[in-house]
Design a protein around this ligand. Structure first.
Ligand code: ATP
Ligand code: MG
Length: 559
């Protein structure tokens, strides 16, 4: 049996009738326009208010309370309100709405309709509006054209009776469901959708959930933004979700609207993340192999403590890391810090997590990306001045880029220095740094590490450990990139010797020793100071007998 008919064009998956039937619980389909026997996948059913069955909900009381208050408000005042839940991928926007909808169902007193935008192709740009109509009218994928029209008619006449308005509504809503991207004019269709929503809300308080607005086109974005203003005095709560980039869109209603608000969905706290990891790790697993990889007791606590930083409060990331543990891709012995296990937990970034972060980075401009990548070379914390050293950029342009990166929640200000204008930044998540760093070509990494090391070398009271780190990385990446590392290694050696001298001059003997020993690692056999370096690297170095100051070769750019 031919299961998959083939990918007709980019982003359209086409399947046969038997496959459609077999997967009807997983995906929504539409009859293919070009192949009479085939169906196109248009959306994932699982994506509808995702996060079901994923274990207990952690720490979202505040958000759920706020949503309850907004619903009470629209009910009491009979006035619409639009609230946007904004947050990074996987932070739990849909999960909050899943819980909110469940609570409404249990308590009663309002109707809730949901529309998602997880469409699989360009044929359904208004999938979220469609979803609302389908769920109100009870239309399923199994319904043929006649049944679809019939169900629409029943739903519409139940609201507005029979007559010309009913016919117009049925016609336009049918166009919305059937024509998708082929709609010649969205105005009458959107107006029909708004009228349907108004009619429902006139009968009972209504909550409309529209998911993933960052995916929709500007026409729909504007329509949704206007909805709360133009719907009239009705008990209507419009709840929409979007990833952080939604706030950057021109057509997004960023502020100044009377009936609108934004709820920022922050990552979970460390303790909630710990509890979530522990719950996910110990949940009954189906296979024996997975059970064997599941830590227990003290080991479980140690594994969770090690993963908390990686997860950074993102529940989706927590699930992906736990998957790696269960699949045996991560040594739980190393994660638990057991003696005899490989030194330090070497935690890989799960592919899905990597992809999510990479997608976020792709929304940045080339200049913003370049600043972020340079920051990744510098380490966990960095400042504007250091960034200027790594790239040939104006201070104001760096500041503008940092502001944007901060708005995108990729970096944050961590400390203000003594000088006005000296601000230290950190990455909001260590994974952002890892992914940004992984995108820099090796040769460029070597070049940037060398620049950073030489800049540190010229500073008074320079941190020798950090400098040694940059030199080591420069040599490693240059050799990976197939570059000649002799010159880099020699300069690394000279810089580390100089750092050793400076440390010794201020009485930091252990730091000096560390510098000399690091220098030995890079010292070429023909280095004129090799014999002295060997002597300085011994434990008996004293301030009474300081080593002579070596000449440091001036820096040059890497070839
Ligand atoms: N507070 C929480 N406690 C426990 N699990 C959670 C919590 N929030 C989310 N999850 C789980 O994490 C996963 C991702 O959550 P969800 O789908 O809600 O993220 P999202 O913010 O909607 O992401 P996207 O932007 O991709 O739509 C789901 O499986 C969900 O059940
Ligand atoms: Mg979601």
């Amino acid at each position: 049996m031919r299961l998959l008919f083939g990918v007709g064009r980019c982003a359209v998956v086409r399947v046969s009738e038997p496959v459609r039937q077999a997967c009807a619980h997983e995906f929504s389909f539409a009859p293919s326009k070009s192949d009479a026997d085939a169906h196109d996948v248009i959306a994932s059913r699982k994506a509808e208010l995702g996060g079901r069955g994923a274990g207990p909900l952690m720490q979202r009381d505040r958000e759920l309370r706020l949503l309850d208050q907004l619903l009470d408000d629209v009910r009491r005042r009979g006035r619409p309100h639009l609230v946007t839940l904004l947050g990074e991928a996987g932070v739990g926007k849909s999960r909050i709405l899943h819980e909110f909808r469940r609570a409404i169902r249990e308590r009663g007193g309002a109707r809730c309709l949901v529309g998602c935008n997880r469409s699989f192709g360009p044929d359904s740009p208004y999938a979220s509006l469609e979803g609302v109509v389908r769920s109100y009218a009870g239309i399923t994928d199994a319904d043929g054209p006649a049944e679809l029209t019939n169900k629409l008619r029943v739903a519409v006449t139940g609201l507005v009776g029979t007559g010309p308005i009913a016919s117009q509504l049925v016609k336009n809503l049918r166009d919305l469901l059937v024509q998708g991207a082929g709609l010649a004019d969205t105005k009458p269709v959107f107006a029909a959708w708004r009228r349907l929503v108004q009619e429902i809300a006139a009968r009972e308080p209504l909550v409309i959930i529209l998911e993933d607005l960052n995916r929709v086109d500007d026409v729909l974005l504007k329509f949704v933004g206007d909805m709360a203003e133009l719907a009239g005095m009705l008990p209507l709560l419009l709840v929409v979700t979007g990833r952080l980039e939604l706030a950057e869109r021109d057509s997004y209603w960023s502020g100044g609207r009377r009936n609108a608000s934004t709820m920022s969905i922050d990552p979970l706290s460390r303790s909630a993340t710990h509890t979530l990891l522990s719950d996910l790790l110990t949940r009954a697993e189906p296979t024996e192999a997975q059970r064997q990889n599941t830590p227990t007791g003290e080991k479980l606590a140690a594994v969770c403590a090690n993963l908390v930083d990686q997860v950074g409060g993102n529940p989706l990331f927590a699930m992906e890391y736990v998957r790696l543990v269960h699949d045996g891709a991560m040594s739980t012995r190393a994660l638990a810090g057991e003696p005899g296990a490989a030194a330090g937990p070497n935690v890989p970034v799960p592919q899905k997590v990597h992809n999510i972060i990479a997608t976020r980075l792709d929304t940045l401009s080339p200049a913003e990306k370049a600043v972020l990548y340079d920051a990744a070379v510098l380490g966990d914390s960095f400042c504007r001045q250091t960034l200027a050293v790594l790239g040939d950029r104006e201070a104001t342009s760096i500041e503008e880029c940092l502001d944007t990166l901060e708005r995108h929640d990729l970096v944050r200000r961590s400390r203000f220095g003594v000088d006005l204008g000296h601000v230290e930044y950190t990455f909001t998540h260590s994974l952002v740094r890892e992914v940004a760093y992984s995108r820099l070509p090796r040769a460029l990494r070597a070049d940037k590490h060398m620049l950073a090391a030489e800049w540190l070398c010229g500073m008074s009271g320079e941190p020798v450990g950090l400098m040694a780190h940059h030199y080591k990385e420069a040599v490693e990446h240059a050799s990976y990139a197939g570059l000649d590392t002799r010159d880099i290694a020699r300069r690394a050696c000279d810089g580390l010797i100089q750092a050793g001298h400076q440390a010794l001059a201020r009485g930091a003997q252990r730091t000096a020793l560390h510098g000399y020993r690091a220098a030995l690692d890079f010292c070429p056999p023909d280095h004129p100071q090799l014999p002295e370096l060997l002597r300085w690297s011994r434990d008996d170095l004293t301030e009474a007998n300081p080593p002579p100051r070596p000449k440091v070769t001036p820096s040059a750019s890497l070839g």
